[in-house]
Design a protein. Structure first.
Length: 247
């Protein structure tokens, strides 16, 4: 068994909670390349209705606007019901009620320690066929700057699970954190090294976030998915080298 396959098998055999789930997540090409090279062990997404639970359950989308994240704070947990933390406590104002009822809800991430993330990226199928291809057909990935012949590039949004080449274990608790409070170590874990010769190095992460989301608001709450470990990939030579060095 090859070095990379041994690594994948070892990680795949790690015990997972019975409640663990797999979640698809969109990644840009630059982040895919960082994942494949073993440089990225954290990723963040703005807290939103689609990636959150309220009081441990789904929440009506039309009421999400009633959550006042400007007054939110982190509770390390556990909750009175025994749910693990950390999570956010967020004041709530019903959009149809002008009075302040003093409600405070607990907002949890949908992706938690023990879950897995499968990466969705821009791709195309290897052969031009009529209709949708069958599972197992060759797939090319734009992050590889692949110029192989084939159909047009397809959005990461429509990537099927079987076409994904990256599966990540989430090995640490998901952290609610304003994007402006990242430490230099966290910026590095995002895949943006901070060389000693560049004291302003984190500006590259800020610029990337600005291009991705339109602005960099330091107060924006995000879910930080941490301790990402590769459990399945079409490994590149760079990743194999990283594993060989024991990183």
């Amino acid at each position: 068994m090859s070095l990379v396959n041994t690594f994948i098998a070892r990680q795949a055999d790690r015990e997972r909670p019975e409640s663990a789930k797999d979640h698809g997540m969109l990644f840009r090409g630059a982040m895919i390349r960082m994942l494949l090279r073993g440089l990225k062990t954290e990723t963040r997404r703005p807290i939103a209705w689609s990636n959150s639970l309220v009081n441990g359950e789904g929440f009506p989308k039309r009421l999400w606007v009633g959550l006042d994240f400007d007054r939110a704070w982190v509770d390390p947990g556990p909750s009175p019901a025994g749910n693990e933390g950390p999570y956010l406590k967020v004041p709530f104002q019903h959009p149809d009620d002008s009075t302040d009822g003093g409600l405070v809800y607990r907002v949890y991430p949908r992706i938690w320690q023990g879950d897995r993330i499968w990466a969705k990226e821009t791709f195309r199928y290897g052969d031009a066929l009529e209709g949708e291809p069958a599972e197992g057909q060759g797939v090319h990935y734009r992050a590889d700057e692949d110029e192989c012949a084939g159909g047009p590039w397809r959005s990461s949004i429509v990537m099927p699970r079987w076409a994904s080449r990256i599966m990540l274990d989430v090995t640490e608790p998901t952290l609610p954190q304003p994007i402006g409070e990242l430490t230099p170590e966290q910026v590095t874990a995002e895949g943006f090294p901070l060389p000693a010769s560049d004291p302003e190095g984190e500006a590259s992460f800020h610029e990337y976030w600005r291009r991705l989301h339109g602005s960099f608001d330091p107060s924006l709450w995000t879910w930080a998915y941490r301790g990402l470990r590769m459990v399945d990939t079409n490994a590149t030579p760079e990743l194999a080298s990283t594993l060989r060095d024991g990183s």
